[in-house]
Write a protein that binds this ligand. Structure first.
Ligand SMILES: Cc1cc2nc3c(=O)[nH]c(=O)nc-3n(C[C@H](O)[C@H](O)[C@H](O)COP(=O)(O)O)c2cc1C
Length: 187
């Protein structure tokens, strides 16, 4: 099972990659997955620029084909996402909108962060979006309040509760990913 950890934030000075690197290490240590990290800043997708509806899978641009290949080969996703203005950030929505069938019948979990809210408002707003793409959202999550107090030059330093929630999320993904792979084979 290939777990794709997606870094959603793209601004200079972001904390997203540090949090994603920590989660990817937890996922590798968990043992249930092969793990890849895709950074939306590196991917550098323009605003959605395909003429055909993504459901057709007819992509004109190489950047779309490359992104589709990454998502298609993945069996599960973790979105490492900030909260901006009580919601998800625009590059994440743009990246989700680019594709359709590649996301379907795959589990998705959320590692969210921000101030006091730990990004949970952003996650709640994203759930209808991933549902529209036929992804299966994992109920357990890793919300990280006051993220900047947990990041320094040595990386991300989770509290015990945050570390435990990562294990719970990985256990859930490990249950769902093979089951949903069977659903895809039969669809
Ligand atoms: C445009 C913008 C809006 C923000 N809005 C919120 C918010 O609504 N709630 C919150 O908890 N934090 C908010 N923050 C704080 C971010 O969660 C915090 O800066 C975090 O580090 C952003 O993630 P990033 O560093 O990966 O970009 C906002 C930050 C930015 C840049």
């Amino acid at each position: 099972m290939l777990l794709q950890v997606i870094v959603a934030s793209t601004r200079p000075g972001r904390v997203g990659p540090v949090v994603a690197d920590w989660f990817a290490e937890q996922a590798k240590a968990h043992g249930g997955f092969e793990v890849e990290v895709t950074d939306l800043k590196v991917l550098d997708l323009p605003f959605h620029d395909e003429p055909a509806h993504p459901m057709t899978g007819q992509y004109e641009h190489q950047h779309t084909k490359d992104w589709a290949a990454i998502v298609a080969r993945s069996d599960a996703f973790v979105l490492v996402m900030p909260e901006y203005n009580f919601s998800f950030n625009a590059p994440l929505k743009n990246a989700l909108d680019y594709l359709n069938r590649e996301w379907a019948y795959k589990p998705v979990a959320f590692v969210s962060y921000g101030g006091m809210s730990g990004g949970i408002r952003a996650v709640q707003m994203l759930k209808p979006v991933v549902s529209a793409l036929r992804m299966i959202a994992v109920n357990d999550a890793v919300p990280i309040p006051m993220v900047k107090t947990l990041v320094d030059d040595d990386g991300f330093h989770p509290t015990d509760i945050i570390a435990a929630s990562a294990t719970t999320v990985l256990d859930e993904l490990a249950k769902l990913a093979p089951a949903l792979a069977t659903v895809r084979e039969n669809t």
